[in-house]
Design a protein around this ligand. Structure first.
Ligand SMILES: Cc1cc2nc3c(=O)[nH]c(=O)nc-3n(C[C@H](O)[C@H](O)[C@H](O)COP(=O)(O)OP(=O)(O)OC[C@H]3O[C@@H](n4cnc5c(N)ncnc54)[C@H](O)[C@@H]3O)c2cc1C
Length: 358
């Protein structure tokens, strides 16, 4: 008798990466998405498929995960970092990240992954949910009570040239950052708060004012975007036979809130464990636990260097040098330094975020 179909709850990057890999291995897959299409959690946001947390280029990593780049994916090679007083310009030979669109529009990451899933024979059931007890893989995204960041902004059309600006200023984004990204006439301006979430509207207005004064950009047809991020270091990745992947497992970067790459990786790992008969709890723990703890330490340190609106990070003396890459992979391994700082960082973060499981 053949194997029963695998049931996945949630058709975001994590669920789709799992589904594509299972279907390619000849396993029947049913994926249940509560919204009417893939990507509807987002509204055209420009997001970064980050290329700094591992030595390997993220596009090579995608190909190793049996995923194709059939979506718009623009390399991000220059960065302006400012706190409103000091501004630093950097150029890189290797992309810091690739800009992708999130949403249900053609060219988005979500629609690209959906097409790959359908081509591989995945059955996608839109507008349907299953109880979490019935699912084999839970890929349902953020858990509302485990929030660490809140985001608000706009997407728009513009005639302005490509531009990538990060604004580090507490009035504009408390303990977080604001950004202005433009690629091929499409723009996104947002603020991401890591504290005082209720001030998000006010902070977005400050971000808009500061960014527009420093970088005047014509903004046509603006439409709103918003969202939240969630995180945990105490997820056992599996409950009974149910596997948790992506943000549903709390897998996120607590430093800056980047989770696409790890969502894809965890979905791919869950599929591999089913195909090969490996223990997902153990595999996911060894792959992600140290990394999640490292990002907790990184955020703690980041909040310490926050002094004087990140004056250290935007120091102009560091600018104009073309660097090969913006590789921060050392920050994502749980090094002996991370281990030494971890107890203090965890204590600090537990006080900052009492609702997170840390
Ligand atoms: C505003 C914003 C900006 C971001 N920017 C970046 C960035 O630049 N780079 C980056 O790497 N990350 C970024 N992130 C984080 C990134 O978007 C997420 O980490 C990533 O989408 C997580 O993928 P996922 O598959 O785990 O969850 P999701 O993308 O949330 O997908 C989960 C899916 O499950 C569906 N679902 C939920 N509940 C159920 C249910 N009960 N039954 C069936 N379906 C269900 C949802 O509708 C959704 O389609 C950002 C997040 C936000 C909010």
């Amino acid at each position: 008798m053949g194997r029963e179909a695998i049931k996945i709850a949630g058709a975001g990057p994590a669920g789709l990466a799992a589904a594509i890999n299972l279907a390619k291995a000849g396993i029947e897959v049913d994926i249940f998405e509560k919204r009417s299409d893939t990507g509807k959690r987002f509204h055209g946001d420009l997001q970064g498929l980050e290329n700094w947390s591992s030595e390997e280029n993220v596009l090579e990593l995608l190909s190793e995960m049996n995923l194709r780049v059939n979506f718009d994916c623009d390399p991000f090679l220059s960065l302006v970092t400012t706190n409103g007083v000091k501004t630093r310009y950097s150029n890189y030979d290797e992309p810091l990240c690739y800009l992708v669109k999130r949403g249900d529009m053609p060219g988005s990451l979500d629609q690209g992954l959906k097409d790959q899933a359908l081509e591989s024979g995945v059955n996608i059931h839109f507008g349907k949910t299953i109880s979490l007890e019935e699912a084999d893989i839970i890929a349902t995204g953020p858990i509302s009570k485990e929030l660490f960041a809140v985001d608000k902004g706009i997407v728009f059309s513009t005639t302005h040239d490509d531009l990538n600006v990060f604004l580090l200023n507490d009035d504009a984004a408390y303990k977080g950052y604001s950004y202005l990204l433009i690629t091929k006439g499409y723009g996104c301006m947002c603020t991401v708060l890591f504290d005082r979430f209720k001030k998000v509207d006010e902070c977005f207005e400050v971000s808009k004012r500061m960014l527009s004064e420093m970088f005047p950009v014509d903004i046509e047809n603006p439409s709103p975007v918003a969202g939240v991020g969630c995180f945990s270091t105490r997820n056992n990745f599996q409950q009974g036979s149910r596997m948790f992947v992506g943000e549903a497992a709390g897998i996120q970067d607590l430093l800056w809130g980047f989770g696409i790459k790890t969502a894809l990786e965890s979905g791919h790992l869950a599929a591999e464990c089913i195909i090969q008969g490996y223990d997902y709890r153990e595999v996911a723990k060894s792959h992600f636990e140290g990394r999640l703890k490292a990002t907790l330490v990184n955020r703690f340190v980041w909040e310490v260097v926050r002094f004087n609106n990140y004056a250290v990070v935007v120091d102009e003396r560091l600018q104009s040098r073309t660097k090969r890459s913006f590789n921060l992979s050392n920050l994502y391994g749980f090094s002996s330094l991370h281990r030494a700082v971890y107890p203090l960082a965890r204590w600090f973060m537990k006080r900052r975020y009492p609702d997170l499981r840390l």
